[in-house]
Design a binder for this molecule. Structure first.
Ligand SMILES: [Zn+2]
Length: 143
């Protein structure tokens, strides 16, 4: 009998000073993005500078967590232990309402039901750091 299909598993993220707010936000169940106070651009991945105007006047804010599938692929083979029980699974770029795209998984649905433009919302997997910091990994589910 086949084992029950699982969602992909995640290890605790490797964080640094640029990404700490993002991963800690995910640990609280918040999708944290950055906005430039000089030019207003919203960016992801987290950086120490605005990728548009190079200002270092960056603020963090909690996004709506809503978006749509920009593009996706269904992974049907992956021998890495954390993913082998999850195939087939969906890897996707999600277009967030605030502008940036996020590389992520779409879970809790039939992979064949995913389509470009599909509305999705964020969900989080707690992934504590080895030092006990409450971190998380965002992924998306049908909205
Ligand atoms: Zn800027």
């Amino acid at each position: 009998m086949a084992e029950k299909k699982q969602n992909p598993e995640y290890e605790a993220p490797a964080i640094d000073w640029e990404s700490r707010a993002y991963w800690e936000g995910a640990g609280r169940g918040e999708l944290v993005l950055q906005r430039c106070r000089d030019c207003g651009v919203v960016q992801h991945r987290p950086r120490g500078l605005c990728a548009s105007c190079l200002s270092d006047d960056i603020e963090h804010f909690v996004s709506s967590g809503r978006g749509e599938v920009y593009t996706f692929s269904v992974v049907r083979q992956n021998q890495m232990p954390a993913f082998a029980k999850a195939v087939p699974y969906v890897i996707s770029y999600v277009q967030l309402e605030e502008g940036p795209q996020l590389l992520t998984n779409i879970v809790d649905c039939d992979p064949d039901s995913v389509s470009i433009g599909m509305a999705v919302k964020v969900d989080f997997v707690p992934t504590p750091a080895t030092n006990g910091d409450a971190l998380g990994v965002p992924r998306f589910v049908p909205a």
